[in-house]
Ligand binder design. Structure first.
Ligand code: NDP
Length: 329
C-alpha cells in the first residue's frame, strides 16, 4: 500500500476481452468492507486456466472493466459489519471469488477459509482452486479407489500434479498425458503410474496397450477440443467421461450417440461442488489434511510479480508451466 490511501490498491484489470496485452496493472478503488465482507491484504494470488477463459471472453465476466482472478491468500486487515468468524490479523484464503488479481481486496466472509498453521500463503494461493478441484473430481464426481484405472490429461499441470498425488494415495492406477519428457518425469515423481507423451504417442492406442484392451473406468479431460472425441475411446463400457475444462478450446456440440458403449458424461464445476458453506469447509478441510499429513505437496513452481500477470498468462497458455503458478503483489 506504501504511501497511498487505504482505499486504493494496485490490481490487474481487463477493460476489453483479448490476449495477455489487455491485462492492465493500475490503481483501483477498493472501498471499505461492506456487511459480511472482510478486507484482505493479499500475500499471494493464484493463476488458473479459468483466468485465461475470462480474459479472452470464452467465459464472460459480469461487467467490464473487471479485476481478473478467483483465488488468493492473505491477512485480514479490516472487518465489515455482521462478520463474526473473522478478525483483523487472521490468515485466510479463498478459491472461487472473482476479483483476485489485487494487492488488497474485499472478500465475502462466507467464501473465506481460515488457514491452519503449516499452510503458507503461497501454498494456499496455489491450492485452493486446484486442490479443491482435485478433491471433488476424485472423491465425488467419481469415487476413485484401488480398483480404479483412470486417464488424466495434462497430468503435470496445476490440477494435474495434485490429482496425481491424491489418486495415488487412494490407490488408483493413473495414466497421465503430457507434452514433454520433462513433464512426464515430473508427473511420475508426483505419483502418476504411466505417462503418455502426446507429441509422440497416440493416447488412445497407448491406453489400450496399458489396459490390455480394457480401457479406463474414468477419463478426466480438461483439454477439450483437441482430445474430443478420442477421450471417449479410452473408456470401458459404462465408463465416465468428465469434461472439466477447455485448455485447447471448447468441446464441439456432439450427438448423444457418441456415448456409445453406454458411457456417462458430466461437465462439473468447482462452483457447484462448493456452493454451500458446509461443502466448501469440507472440501478445504480434506485438502488441508492431505497437505498437512505430507501426502500432497503443492508444487508452487512459478512465481511472478502481480504486475507481470501477462507473462504468467503467456507461459500458461503456451504450455511452458508445470504445477501451480502464483502472483505476488
Ligand atoms: P494447467 O497447469 O493444467 O495448464 C494447462 C495444461 O493443459 C498445459 O500445461 C498443457 O499441458 C495442457 N494442454 C493441452 N493442450 C493445450 C493447449 N492447446 N493449450 C494450452 N494447454 C494445453 O492448468 P490448470 O491446472 O489451471 O487447469 C487445468 C484444467 O482444468 C484447465 O482446463 C482448467 O480450465 C480446468 N479446471 C476446471 C475446473 C472445474 O471445476 N471445472 C477447476 C479448475 C481447473 P501439456 O503441455 O503437458 O499438454
Amino acid at each position: 500500500l506504501h504511501k497511498r490511501s487505504h482505499d486504493m490498491a494496485y490490481a490487474v484489470r481487463v477493460h476489453a476481452y483479448g490476449g495477455p496485452e489487455v491485462l492492465t496493472y493500475e490503481d483501483v478503488e477498493v472501498g471499505p468492507p461492506g456487511p459480511g465482507e472482510v478486507l484482505l491484504k493479499q500475500h499471494a494470488v493464484g493463476v488458473n486456466f479459468i483466468d485465461i477463459y475470462q480474459r479472452d471472453g470464452l467465459y464472460k465476466l459480469p461487467s467490464l472493466p473487471a479485476i481478473l482472478g478467483s483465488e488468493g491468500a492473505g491477512e485480514v486487515i479490516a472487518v465489515g459489519p455482521k462478520v463474526e468468524d473473522f478478525k483483523v490479523g487472521d490468515r485466510a484464503a479463498y478459491g472461487s471469488v472473482p476479483g483476485a488479481y489485487a494487492e488488497v481486496r474485499r472478500v465475502p466472509a462466507d467464501k473465506l477459509i481460515k488457514l491452519p498453521d503449516g499452510i503458507s500463503y503461497d501454498a494456499a494461493a496455489a491450492m485452493m482452486l486446484q486442490g479443491m478441484t482435485a478433491r471433488y473430481l476424485l472423491r465425488e464426481t467419481y469415487k476413485v479407489g484401488p480398483e480404479t484405472i483412470m486417464l488424466f490429461h495434462a497430468a503435470a499441470g496445476g490440477v494435474g500434479l495434485i490429482v496425481c498425488q491424491w489418486a495415488r494415495a487412494l490407490g488408483a492406477t493413473i495414466i497421465g498425458t503430457v507434452s514433454t519428457d520433462e513433464k512426464a518425469e515430473l508427473a511420475r515423481s508426483y505419483g502418476c503410474t504411466h505417462t503418455i507423451n502426446t507429441k509422440r504417442e497416440d493416447f488412445v492406442a497407448r491406453v489400450s496397450e496399458l489396459t490390455n484392451g480394457a480401457g479406463c473406468d474414468v477419463v478426466y479431460d480438461s483439454v477439450g477440443k483437441d482430445t474430443f472425441p478420442k477421450s471417449l475411446d479410452c473408456l470401458k463400457p459404462k465408463g465416465l467421461w468428465v469434461s472439466f475444462g477447455n485448455s485447447s478450446g471448447p468441446v464441439p456440440p456432439f450427438e448423444l450417440t457418441a456415448l456409445k458403449g453406454s458411457l456417462f458424461a458430466t461437465r462439473p464445476s468447482l462452483f457447484a461442488y462448493t456452493a454451500k458453506r458446509e461443502d466448501l469447509e469440507q472440501n478445504a478441510a480434506e485438502l488441508f489434511a492431505m497437505v498437512l499429513a505430507g501426502k500432497i505437496k503443492i508444487a508452487v513452481n512459478h512465481r511472478y510479480a502481480l504486475r507481470a500477470a501477462d507473462k504468467a498468462h503467456r507461459d500458461l497458455a503456451a504450455r511452458r508451466t508445470a504445477g501451480s503458478i502464483i502472483l505476488v503483489p
